[in-house]
Design a protein around this ligand. Structure first.
Ligand code: MSP
Length: 511
């Protein structure tokens, strides 16, 4: 296979339990990965956990566990979350693995050999919660008089010997990268922010710490562990087998898309390409960032007690329903809020009514009036041709929308066709044709079945289980469910199993 696609989620900190924000990043990435597989690509989809650094060390101490034992537990929980959310990752990396330690040591050596690392002293503000350094000018003072990072995280003054990365030397190369590859950072707002940050001047970056030990040792520098972001970012090449040029997965590097939340775009779009340039490695093609979820308009936080556990949400509303909601409710790059009424409305109006009823009506008519077999088509009317054309355009439309991570636009394109198909069935009234023109009824039902097949095919990445069931009912064999197969019509007379509803309505629990 010649077409390759490598996509990653960020690796999640194991300091706390997974929540809906993490699930969102992973599901969006999963939709991309599944879509590319459907489109004939050889896909490598990477996710995993970020396990070193002070933040994790502290959380482990609070839990009364050794850092690794603690990381084992939380990492397994994140993995369970990914599995339960239908995240089809190809590899699950943990930064505490041997392969990753080897890879980090080699990355360090290459950057050092190229003259981009020097020993100095770090003195400045550090926020453990963000695992990030801040300049005095970026800080604000909280009502209680303590200094805060722009993210609200408390900061502390740190002074220790440290290795530095010559980030300042990469200002021009980075700006050139953003200019030459305008879609290196998506969306445009994120790109503008990053560019003005880089134009403002880059300081050299402290990349080792000596005041704690929970990290990857710096080669030949006793007492120093690597800055957790250098360690973490490097996971993306470790998983491709770095530094072994013969590793089977090395062919996937550079990555096509790193999916990240907007809070960590700077690390991915500034530090990461600079590290790679310094090490002489190829750069990823894109960093695509998404906005944040709030809950009924409020920031999710432990103190407000409104943190949404993704697995609980799935138990209440259903997996595909939650996946659909997350990708439909807000534009990828923007912020959005999760609420019960919004979920119920998407589920009942768009899934149960628009799509579920369309399928159920069409398939029931075929079951009753065509002996449960796909009818053949007669001569096409203008209306038939229009719906065929709309359905036929879906793969290309989705390809274009998803190539820029515009998931909600992609879904809107599908719903335009669903709405057109609903208008078509109402207008053609195949139930009435049964009495007047059986051949025409067959044609209408076949146009609907073919339209549903196209819809269900392109929706598989979003709602894998439900769409598999819909394709079963449409008689589409397993090997005919990718985008290319849509060009080949199913044989007339294909036997269809009895129809069963795919999207139940959400009914409020009276209690
Ligand atoms: N460990 C780093 C990433 C290292 S990647 C080399 C990290 N981890 S994280 O667990 O804090 O966050 C991971 C992702 O979850 C981020 O992309 C972040 O934006 C996302 N989310 C966390 N809370 C979120 C919301 N409330 N809404 C949407 N996504 C959010 O950062």
């Amino acid at each position: 296979m010649s077409k390759r696609f490598y996509i990653s989620t960020p690796i999640y900190y194991v300091n706390g339990a997974p929540h809906i924000g993490h699930a969102y990043t992973s599901i969006a990435t999963d939709v991309m990965a599944r879509f590319k597989r459907l489109d004939g690509y050889d896909v490598f989809f990477l996710t995993g956990t970020d396990e070193h650094g002070q933040k994790v060390e502290r959380a482990a101490a609070e839990a009364g566990l050794a850092p690794l034992a603690f990381a084992d537990r939380v990492s397994a929980d994140f993995r369970d979350m990914a599995d339960k959310m239908g995240v089809s990752y190809d590899d699950y990396i943990r930064t505490t693995e041997e392969r990753h330690k080897r890879s980090c040591a080699e990355l360090w050596r290459r950057i050092a050999a190229n003259g981009h690392i020097y020993l100095g002293h770090y003195e400045g503000w550090y926020a453990v919660r963000d695992e990030a350094f801040y300049d005095e000018g970026e800080l604000t003072t909280a009502p209680d008089g303590t200094k805060r990072a722009p993210t609200g995280a408390p900061v502390a003054w740190v002074r220790e010997p440290s290795y530095f990365f010559r980030l300042s030397a990469f200002q021009e190369p980075l700006l050139k990268l953003y200019e030459e590859q305008p879609d290196f950072i998506l969306p445009a707002g994120g790109r503008n922010e990053v560019m003005s940050f880089v134009r403002g001047g880059l300081h050299d970056l402290s990349i080792s710490r000596t005041s704690f030990t929970w990290g990857i040792p710096v080669p030949d520098a006793p007492g120093h562990v690597m800055y957790v972001w250098l360690d973490a970012l490097n996971n993306y090449v470790t998983a491709c087998g770095f530094p072994d040029p013969d590793a089977p997965r090395w062919k996937f590097w550079p990555a096509d898309v790193h999916v990240v939340g907007k809070d960590i775009i700077r690390f991915h779009a500034v530090y990461w390409p600079a590290f790679l340039m310094a090490a002489g490695l190829p750069l990823p093609r894109r960093v695509s960032s998404h906005g944040w979820w709030t809950v009924e308009g409020e920031k999710m936080s432990k103190s407000l007690g409104n943190v949404i556990e993704p697995r609980t949400l799935v138990a209440t509303y259903g997996l595909d329903q939650v996946r659909y909601f997350l990708l439909r409710e807000k534009p990828f790059g923007g912020d959005g809020t999760i609420s019960h009424p919004a979920l119920v409305s998407r589920i009942n109006v768009e899934l149960a009514n628009d799509l579920g009823n369309l399928a159920q009506r069409s398939l029931t008519l075929i079951a009753r009036n065509c002996a449960g077999a796909l009818p053949g088509r007669g001569e096409a009317t203008e209306q038939d041709a229009a719906l065929d054309a709309a359905a036929g355009a879906l793969p290309a439309l989705l390809r274009e929308r998803l190539d820029r991570q515009a998931f909600h636009e992609g879904l809107e394109e599908v719903w335009k066709v669903i709405r057109a198909a609903n208008a078509y069935i109402d207008h053609q009234a195949p139930w009435a044709l049964r009495k007047t023109d059986l051949a025409r009824m067959g044609t209408v039902l076949r146009v609907l079945a073919d339209t549903l097949r196209a819809i269900a095919t392109v929706l598989q990445p979003f709602m894998p289980e439900s769409m598999a069931r819909m394709l079963d009912q449409l008689g589409v064999p397993g090997e005919a469910r990718d985008l290319a197969a849509l060009a080949l019509p199913l044989p007339d007379g294909t036997a269809l199993p009895p129809p069963v509803g795919v999207f139940p309505r959400y009914v409020e629990n009276e209690a």
